[in-house]
Design a protein around this ligand. Structure first.
Ligand SMILES: [Zn+2]
Length: 529
């Protein structure tokens, strides 16, 4: 691995409060160093270009059974074709790209760390298999536990030691990094015929509420000292008028909660006809409560694919927009649904949704608690990040876009009244520093000794164009992309939070549970890494 000297870059690194200072960045043996010792080095002249740490995506659906269902359901999504090159495989897919293509496109954007936010325990082997195939990236996955029958029974019995042992064992067996709750209790309720689940609804058979589930798993995450807080997709996500139930569930947090794709949970109105933004109410609460971090789930008006473990919502959505869908039931662990969607700028609901995400980002006071996301591919494919950055940085551009969209933006959101424009430092915060910190990563910036994940951008091409394709992407000290061309081929790394998986007494209990309820036996369960 050749050492690299990057000269005269304009550096943005919130971890060290560096805001545009022109500096040289030195890389040797995959790390940032203060001095290069080897005689041989590659020199990159970055004069006039900006430099940031590699991007970190805290919430992107890139591997496992749900995205695979989406690939199968949507042959018409294969409008984007990547041809094989000397260093790359071929690939296809616009909103549901194949595994290799996912890595290539993230590398072009200057990203280096990705979190798959939802794997079911039973499908964890598949998730890891696909994560492994995504080139270059540092990858990890969260474990779906918010509708797990056994977890709900432990919570009902107020057996938090039992719940903690079970989660520890499950995370060890599935090699995951944290706990994900998707509409806690909603799927368990739905499979027994329950209707829309609210924060205080009693889930049939297990007699717990979504609030009980959130509270129980939050206590567990803290007891296990997990680096990442519970990662919650709130009940009511995607429905009009959901902001009150969103607030009620966020208020359960006693220590830490990461709220996924908050845009989808910030709506007012008593019908689709009255659909309006409640971003102001939601962000007021978040600004005043530093226990909450969130990612955006920003919409662009694209033809994309929704996929979520909130299967009841997907059933509703497929009827609402008259689209095909598929659903999967993963035994007593959770469900999944997939529905294609085309967000239109001239549709009042989709226009307001677009503004809600921007309002949240622009009204947030503490950006170290905010992460850029599109809940890829739910609100938009991830490679639309540069477009969103442009809207955040340029008031004129977002107002021009709003002028061309449905007038509901003017009538039912506060977007036009917001003057704020993001700086490059702000962009580095929501795409690097905040997500790295929230994931609990050791390296959040470019300090000496940290991993050499570095992105250089030429913004003289324009903000959207410049962020769409790095001048150079370096991951772990290797140059992986130059001006859009992929220049390396390696598989990146998979990490998980190491847990104690030794628990004979629990395994005896689980063995009986598996024999009674699972389609496989306990010894075939989980991932060997
Ligand atoms: Zn998601």
């Amino acid at each position: 691995m050749t050492a690299i000297e990057i000269r005269n870059a304009q550096v943005y690194d919130p971890a060290q409060k560096i805001d545009g200072e022109v500096k040289d960045i030195l890389i040797e043996k995959g790390l940032i160093v203060s001095e290069i010792k080897s005689k041989k080095k590659k020199v990159i002249n970055a004069k006039g270009n900006i430099l940031m740490k590699g991007g970190v995506d805290v919430h992107t659906h890139i591997a496992g059974s749900a995205i695979n269902s989406a690939r199968l359901l949507r042959p018409e999504d294969k409008t984007f074709i990547w041809k094989k090159t000397e260093n790359t495989h071929s690939g296809t897919g616009f909103s549901c790209p194949t595994t290799y293509l996912t890595g290539y496109r993230y590398a072009q954007l200057g990203y280096s760390t990705l979190q798959e936010p939802a794997t079911s325990p039973l499908k964890a082997k598949h998730t890891h298999d696909e994560l492994q195939e995504i080139p270059f990236m540092r990858k990890q996955a969260l474990l779906l536990m918010g509708n797990n029958l056994l977890a709900a029974q432990y919570i009902h019995d107020k057996d938090f030691d039992g719940l903690t042992d079970y989660c520890s064992w499950m995370m060890d067996r599935t090699k995951t990094n944290g706990l994900k709750l998707v509409a806690p209790g909603a799927y368990l309720s739905w499979i027994w015929g329950g209707k829309k689940t609210l924060p205080n609804s009693l889930v049939p058979k297990v007699d717990v509420t979504p609030k009980d589930i959130i509270s129980g798993l939050e206590k567990t995450a803290e007891a296990l000292n997990l680096p990442h807080p519970i990662h919650v997709h709130l009940n009511g996500m995607g429905y009009y008028g959901n902001y009150e139930s969103s607030l009620a569930e966020m208020k359960v947090a006693k220590s830490r909660m990461h709220v996924a794709h908050l845009q989808f949970s910030s709506y007012g109105g008593n019908s689709w006809g009255e659909f309006e933004s409640k971003a102001d109410e939601i962000i007021k609460y978040v600004n005043g409560n530093n226990k909450i971090t969130f990612d955006l789930g920003q919409i662009t008006h694209d033809k994309t694919t929704t996929l979520t473990a909130d299967a009841p919502f997907e059933q509703y959505l497929s009827f609402l927009i008259r689209e095909k869908w598929n659903a999967r039931d993963v035994e007593f662990e959770h469900g999944t649904g997939v529905v294609p969607i085309h967000y239109h700028k001239d549709n009042p609901v989709n226009a307001v949704q677009w503004a809600v995400g921007l309002e949240l980002a622009l009204l947030a006071k503490d950006l170290s608690r905010v992460c850029l996301s599109t809940d890829h591919p739910n609100a938009a494919p991830f490679f639309r990040y540069p477009r969103i950055i442009y809207w955040l940085m340029d008031k004129k551009s977002r107002e021009k876009y709003a002028d061309e969209s449905h007038k509901a933006i003017a009538d039912r959101t506060s977007l036009y009244s917001i003057e704020r424009e993001y700086s490059l430092y702000d962009v580095a915060t929501i795409t690097r520093y905040a997500p790295a910190k929230i994931l609990g990563l050791k390296d959040t910036g470019l300090t000496e000794g940290s991993v050499a994940d570095v992105s250089i951008y030429d913004l003289s091409r324009g903000i959207e164009e410049g962020f769409s394709q790095t001048d150079t992407t370096i991951i772990g000290g290797d140059v992986v992309a130059v001006k859009g061309e992929i220049t390396a081929s390696f598989s990146g790394s998979l990490t998980h939070h190491k847990m104690d998986g030794e628990n004979k007494k629990l395994e005896e209990k689980l063995d009986t549970f598996f024999k009674n309820y699972y389609s496989i036996c306990l010894s075939n369960y989980g991932v060997n890494l």
